[in-house]
Design a protein around this ligand. Structure first.
Ligand SMILES: Cc1cc2nc3c(=O)[nH]c(=O)nc-3n(C[C@H](O)[C@H](O)[C@H](O)COP(=O)(O)OP(=O)(O)OC[C@H]3O[C@@H](n4cnc5c(N)ncnc54)[C@H](O)[C@@H]3O)c2cc1C
Length: 441
């Protein structure tokens, strides 16, 4: 049996490990168009900050592939897939036959049309790959004004900003939404986060966008012009507005696409023996109760694991996932889980705020559907389990607001217990849909 895996990252390696767990002898080939051993993508900004090195950013040991009997093909790009002949067409190499194929190509940066932006310029780029971080490290050595502009105030933009700031540049984040981390935070938490950034040398221009980049005779930036007409000087311009599924090479393969790769509950695509997972895949969003693309590490790992298990012949279903972010901005810890801004008027919001801490809980009836924890994130693990399971817990809202979250546990019957008080309350949501049995294909 030959398994071919496209993508040497979280989804791909979780898939490979699951295959190896159940199939000790099958041939596993992992390919990637990047030239590095698997590295922690969220840590590319840490590399700029000096908190990660070429070695420590790699989250698998050097002998990992050999030990697991995986064949690694790096610097190899899949350009198309012939699902009838079961072949991956590889740029500059022989076609690769497969019995079972996993597609985990992640995302590709979205670049909005901006007059003057040239990703090939040494002083401009995106920020999703290790090579992007290395390019910015080099660019920072050639600056005249020490000014960087980061377009996009989401997770990628914020991380790029922190990295550039650590290289000694003054950074301005230009964000179209009224706040940074606009989709995950609300106005209050967005403002607290912006203040923390501002205090640390990163300015924020929200409700703004870059309409033009002015260039010198070499084609490098000198300034940017904002929608409001304001001009900001710039040596470096980074576009970090998000990613889109990296699925161009699947055109003509017969694999069903709708924004991302469509899969069933076993993570198999519309084509037999072809599976997918990670940032390029549409999964069931258990909070919004609809198909969605949720591009985060834990879900990429779960999806890859379920796919690999099924590929090796052991049946598993993926129940779906939810949005979850955990970041620290200059010592300010932030966790966002599920639905952080109510989607309709029937959903109720409960907030606690003091000088250092902000907690917000979004309830749909008795069920907690989302939360923001800022400043104090203790208990975020149990909270995410409660939200993911769709448990009724309105009666505990005051304890949650007071930060007494970590004393709760969920047992195997999905009952919530407060271990401090020793009481157990039946909370199993019998009237709620069982996500694991939802047919969402
Ligand atoms: C700067 C940054 C910060 C982030 N921070 C966080 C965070 O704090 N927490 C969190 O949960 N998530 C974070 N993320 C998101 C997280 O990195 C992704 O969700 C995760 O990497 C997805 O894993 P994946 O395996 O689906 O794809 P990827 O990690 O994107 O890997 C896909 C791989 O496939 C390769 N590939 C693509 N197409 C082909 C092809 N045709 N042929 C061969 N190889 C191909 C790609 O080059 C890449 O190496 C961050 C992302 C970025 C960019």
């Amino acid at each position: 049996m030959r398994y071919v895996i496209i993508g040497n990252s979280y989804a791909g390696l979780s898939c490979a490990e699951a295959i190896r767990r159940f199939d000790k002898t099958g041939e596993v080939i992992i390919m990637s168009d990047e030239k590095h051993r698997a590295y922690a993508r969220p840590l590319i900004s840490y590399y700029l900050e000096g908190k990660a090195t070429d070695e420590t950013i790699c989250y698998k040991d050097e002998d990992y592939y050999e030990k697991n009997n995986f064949t690694l093909m790096i610097g190899k790009k899949a350009v198309s897939i012939n699902t009838v002949a079961k072949k991956v067409i590889v740029e500059g190499s022989d076609d690769l036959d497969y019995d079972k194929l996993f597609i985990g190509p992640g995302g590709t940066p979205f670049i909005p049309p901006i007059d003057g932006f040239n990703p090939d310029s040494p002083m401009m780029g995106t920020f999703t790959k290790f090579d992007d971080a290395k390019k910015m490290e080099k660019a920072a050595k050639d600056v005249k004004r020490k000014e960087a502009i980061v377009i996009g105030g989401g997770l990628i933009g914020l991380k790029a900003s922190e990295g550039l700031r650590a290289l000694g540049l003054h950074v301005t984040i230009v964000e179209l939404l009224p706040r940074v981390l606009g989709l995950a935070l609300d106005e209050v938490s967005g403002n607290i986060t912006a203040k923390r950034l501002n205090k640390n040398g990163i300015d924020t221009a929200t409700g703004e966008t870059v309409t033009k980049i002015n260039l010198d005779e070499s084609g490098n930036p000198t300034s940017v012009v904002l929608k409001s007409g304001k001009e900001l000087s710039a040596d470096i311009v980074v576009v970090g507005v998000g990613v889109r599924p990296n699925i161009g090479f699947l055109e003509g393969s017969g694999i069903k696409i709708d924004r991302g790769i469509i899969v069933d509950k076993t993570m198999m695509t519309s084509v037999k023996d072809v599976y997918a997972g990670g940032d390029a895949t549409v999964i069931y969003d258990v909070i919004n109760k609809r198909p969605n693309i949720i591009a985060i590490v834990p879900l990429a790992c779960e999806e890859g694991r379920v796919a690999g298990t099924n590929m090796a012949g052991v049946y598993r279903e993926y129940p779906g996932g939810m949005g979850l972010n955990s970041v620290e901005i200059y010592g300010l810890p932030i966790v966002t889980i599920g639905l952080t801004n109510p989607a309709n008027e029937s959903q109720k919001v409960y907030i606690f705020q003091d000088d250092n801490i902000y907690r917000k809980f979004v309830y749909d009836g008795e069920v907690l559907v989302g939360a923001i924890l800022l400043g104090d994130i203790a208990g975020s693990g149990i909270l995410s389990a409660i939200i993911r399971q769709g448990l009724k817990c309105l009666e505990y809202k005051d304890e949650f607001l007071n930060g007494n979250i970590y004393s709760f546990v969920i047992d195997s019957e999905f009952e919530i217990y407060n271990i401090n008080k020793g009481y157990a309350v039946k909370s199993y949501p019998e009237d709620l849909p069982e996500f694991s049995r939802t047919n969402w294909r």
